[in-house]
Design a protein. Structure first.
Lengths: 194, 194, 194, 194
């Protein structure tokens, strides 16, 4: 009941976030490669954020797939997640424009951290609604990725003020960790043929 | 018949409104916290409007859920609501850019007021189409929230010209009143297992 | 088969068009009513275009509702319609910024004219696919609105260079003609309980 | 399972891409035809890209229609395709603003090339998931269009540095080749009444 609309709305917001981020890549006036080169940091930031939004969409997709009903708290936990994700274009644009400087990189990490916490809250809200015997609860298991990511983001934020590139390295590393397909939910689903 | 498409279109418009509002948060040129600080009013306006659009999406979701058919007047009452909601990015941006000054705050209140009236009109249109014995009619009941909000918005608009912060306080207060889950429709639904 | 996706894509494009038009209402810097007043023509243009896109969405909704299958030519006739509608934000912005001057008003009329022709082509494509005995064919009937509108748009375009306000009057008039609910399709649907 | 959401998300992204491209057509300040004329290259670029995104949507529509399940790799192959398509507004804007100069035209060709490769990868991922006896495998057949396009794009990119208009001619030519309805999938579908 209503799950379709929750998914449709989330898909709409995620689709818009992932697409308007590209608007921060301002079309340069010159027609030479020199005009394009200063956009490289903005482009790399865009790629990183595209991958992150893609990961969120992917995991959101799997998580809602196993939810069997939609509750009021779920709607708000979902909006809370979308709120932090909606700050990606701003954080990405600021970090890209300032060539991965300390403060913008820290803010980017903060947005990542808050989004990770919001995702975890949504997960807990769904599990609370579905019950401890739910597919999601068993699929998520001990959820080392979900617990490790916020810690790494926090380390990255602290690192920005000393060795900025370490923060970028951590952001890329966490993205790769998530990119590797998460066999937990899919495996549990296969086993139970949900 | 056709309800899915009405929901999908509304979801699309609401998803875009909630997301393009973030574009009013212009990426600053500097890389220091000083560059970020002037954006605080714009950020707070964004948070407030995000919550309001979230509330509208939430209530719209519940209201259409109990509608059993789509009529011509409903389509237009819905577009009328979306029109006023589409002015949120403009009103939010103007209020944020001018640090909650009187006129922009009054205009923000006016948009809130018109959206509330448009929502009430849509509700009445659906009830007229569904009949007095409909789930929605019984669920909405006396609708004290729906009647109280426009009055409070009007007071807030009047207040902007004397004590501007009272208007902001009222906008936040009304949002909180609506954020508290509305048990009416959900309860009626549960009772009747629609 | 596939009709859902055609509707979803069209809804997405229409939802975005109707919403990004509001971005042409640039947030003014001042905080006084004087700062808002110069935006009045842009606001009125926005209202007019919002109504037009609403009408197109509404009619598109009804037309596709009676289509029973999706053909290749239909997909392209639909994209052709969306192309002309996608020029609404540009034409609206130009007309609003120049306070309904002759050329921008003529271009606005041209976009309206091309969209009307594109809509008619889509209608014919669906009728060709559904057959002369289809619900749509009988519902549309002689289609005086669809035939009258392009003529009126052409008159309006010609009028812009002599009496500009006549063009605006015609644009508003045609919108009102369409706003009055079209009982043809709905009536035919009711009769046949499709 | 989950195919609807994959389609909905892709439709959302494609709808936004096709629509925000129009934002690169900046509303001019003057109200004369002279103000409009400099926008002609930007307009022509927009038309070309609109057609290309339309073609991708169309083919994507057909390809996913015959997919019977959604796998993890498919989700990422799809996001990879959407990534390259999301660069269309940027590449289109740069080419239009610089009146089809060499470098911007080459970059446009590069985005076309990468999107074509990403589409092919998605196709292969689906075929791998569906098996060699799948409808898609038989429908695509030897896929001369899919193999010819990248070659032509590469030739066009090389041509931009000598005879720029040849590149444009190739981009238009390839679009026409794809515009001609692809009878392969539709025919196979008809035969098998999927």
């Amino acid at each position: 009941m209503g799950k379709n609309r929750l998914e449709a709305f989330s898909d709409g917001v995620l689709a818009i976030i992932i697409t308007i981020m590209v608007l921060e890549l301002k079309v340069p006036h010159g027609e030479t490669p020199d005009a394009l080169l200063p956009l490289l940091p903005a482009f790399l930031s865009y790629v990183l954020s595209f991958v992150y939004i893609g990961i969120y969409w992917n995991n959101h997709h799997h998580m809602l797939h196993v939810a069997t009903r939609v509750s009021g708290p779920m709607l708000w936990a979902n909006l809370h997640l979308l709120f932090w994700l909606s700050l990606f274009p701003f954080a990405t644009g600021w970090m890209g424009e300032n060539h991965f400087a300390a403060m913008p990189s820290a803010l980017y990490g903060l947005v990542l951290l808050m989004a990770a916490i919001a995702y975890w809250l949504l997960e807990q809200t769904i599990i609370a609604s579905e019950g401890p015997a739910s597919v999601l609860k068993r699929a998520v298991g001990r959820d080392w990725k979900g617990k490790l990511s916020p810690v790494l983001y926090a380390i990255a934020i602290a690192a920005t003020f000393r060795v900025p590139w370490v923060a970028q390295a951590i952001y890329v590393l966490v993205a790769i960790v998530w990119l590797v397909p998460d066999p937990r939910i899919e495996r549990t689903l296969h086993r139970e043929k949900v």
